[in-house]
Write a protein that binds this ligand. Structure first.
Ligand code: GDG
Length: 483
């Protein structure tokens, strides 16, 4: 056994995700270093992984050379190579132009290409083989998200001793839509390799169980699927969350407070600041929300001196056609609105197509009076929870789409239907005129919900349930070996 493979088969907890939790940074002198990527998932899992001889398997973020597994802060990182062609077909193609629109209510038309599917299978197998090599005997493996739905079964075939969990970060569609997928049965069977399949919402878990019954023909009862070999699979909701205390601390820091004041000042101290922050994605409903805001100005509800809309759109999937088209559509809309309604030094919409450090995000959340989140469909939407975490004084209003997973928990938000522009305008206006007492009552309740259910709570709940699966596992394995 080589040194690296001996090291690799010792992890008691293995996370398998499309991306590694680090980014490769090239220094000025040409040498490279790995920097931990910020984000709730990473910060919630790192401590658990450090205590459990953890390994993280993922793509390192470029399509270049093969990189050997290495240690980073008590965790083994196992980079998976993906060729430029596979990146196009597996990631941009099948993951982001087939599954992403299909799972988000078909808000854009999914494309079905057989060579994309072949690449999806091939890359999933590579991830599964790496997980099989990294996991210690009887270890727990947690597979993340829609790019890797075939991994659970591929891994189970290689390593029947493992406890395998899967979590889907995006919605799981109803049967009527999922059925369009030419590879629907393979995806369902891929997921059934897991002992525990986690979703953001109970409705998604029900969609999955119903499809398994209809399309694969297994017996099901409530949240459990009964497989012919006696194994069971549980499908259950685990709504993901954020590092609430971390965001509170950021918002409380003097530098973020000062920056928030400066942002208000730079915007000309309007009475109200509206804010949107999203990846530039057609599921997020950016276009309709900007139209709704501009109509409120045109209708004379307020002027551009009274209110401004700050929209941050983080660049995303820029080589996928539908994302290029969306970017042009939004550019044109913002140009038209500002051309029609803006005054010198007072645009109606302050549009930023770039990404920012976490501190700047916290300053924007702190500066904004009304956060507007209007996706047509969203697994959860962490921005909604981050905004709530930053409102230390229980002020600020959250306008939130009913079709974001977060709406099931944040019931005190101004809930809107993003397909109904008039309804959305009415709620934005209600938030604009709301009394401080009413806002405080709503925000206080939402802050409690998020504080009590942070991302550490989410990770623990999932891993506790996963470790409790298959109580008769050992016995069944012994029997299987005898026959
Ligand atoms: C998927 C699901 C689900 C954004 N711009 C910047 C930045 N961000 C951060 C936000 C937030 C995260 O990215 C975005 O998360 P969302 O939940 O809002 O949306 P998706 O990216 O679509 O995520 C979603 C999520 O997975 C988790 O399961 O909730 O439904 O679609 O944390 O703060 N962060 C920084 N600069 C930016 O410019 N630093």
């Amino acid at each position: 056994m080589s040194r690296s493979s001996r090291r690799r088969s010792t992890a008691d907890l293995v996370v398998v995700a499309n991306r590694l939790p680090v980014d490769r940074v090239v220094r000025a002198d040409g040498t490279t270093e790995w920097r931990r990527s910020p984000g709730g998932l990473v910060s919630a899992l790192v401590p658990v992984m450090q205590q459990n001889r953890g390994a993280w398997i993922g793509w390192p973020g470029d399509t270049g050379d093969t990189i050997e597994p290495f240690e980073d802060d008590g965790i083994t990182l196992v980079p998976i190579s993906v060729t430029p062609r596979e990146y196009e077909e597996f990631y941009e193609g099948f993951s982001n132009a087939t599954l992403w629109p299909l799972y988000h209510d078909v808000v854009a038309k999914p494309e079905f290409h057989r060579e994309w599917w072949d690449a999806y299978e091939r890359v999933n197998r590579r991830f599964a083989e790496a997980a099989a090599a990294a996991a210690a005997r009887d270890a727990m493996v947690w597979v993340q998200d829609y790019q890797l739905q075939l991994v659970p079964t591929m891994l189970r075939e290689l390593r029947p001793d493992l406890r395998i969990g899967f979590f889907l970060h995006i919605p799981f569609p109803p049967a009527e839509l999922f059925q369009q997928l030419p590879w629907r049965r393979q995806i369902l069977e891929g997921l059934l390799g897991a002992d525990l399949v986690g979703f953001q919402l109970p409705g998604a878990a029900q969609n999955f169980v119903r499809l398994v019954r209809q399309r694969v023909g297994h017996k099901t009862h409530r949240d459990t699927v009964y497989l012919p070999d006696g194994r069971t699979v549980t499908a259950k909701a685990f709504p993901i969350s954020i590092d609430f205390a971390g965001f509170e601390e950021l918002a409380r820091s003097p530098s973020v407070q000062a920056r928030a004041a400066q942002i208000r000042n730079d915007l000309g101290n309007p009475r109200k600041i509206f804010l949107g922050i999203d990846r530039l994605d057609y599921t997020k409903g950016i276009y309709v929300r900007l139209r709704a805001f501009s109509e409120l100005v045109t209708d004379g509800n307020f002027t551009v001196e009274d209110a401004v809309f700050v929209q941050v759109a983080t660049p995303s999937r820029e080589r996928v056609d539908q994302y290029r088209i969306l970017r042009d559509d939004i550019d044109r809309l913002v140009g038209r609105i500002n051309g029609d309604l803006g005054r010198i030094g007072r645009p109606a919409i302050s549009y930023l197509h770039s990404s920012f450090p976490r501190q700047e995000m916290a300053a924007l959340y702190t500066a904004a009076d009304i956060m507007v989140i209007t996706p047509f469909r969203d697994g959860m939407n962490l921005v909604a929870k981050e905004y709530v975490a930053c409102r230390l004084e229980n002020d600020g209003a959250l306008v939130l789409s009913e079709f974001a997973g977060a709406a099931e928990e944040l019931r005190q938000a101004y809930l809107v239907n993003p397909y109904d522009i008039n309804g959305m305008k009415a709620h934005m206006l209600e938030a604009y005129h709301a009394e401080d007492r009413d806002l405080a009552r709503r925000m206080k309740a939402m802050r409690k919900t998020v504080a009590d259910n942070d991302v550490a709570h989410w990770a623990t709940a999932f891993l506790d349930d996963l470790s409790a699966t298959r109580p008769n596992h050992e016995k069944r394995l012994r029997q299987a070996r005898r026959t």
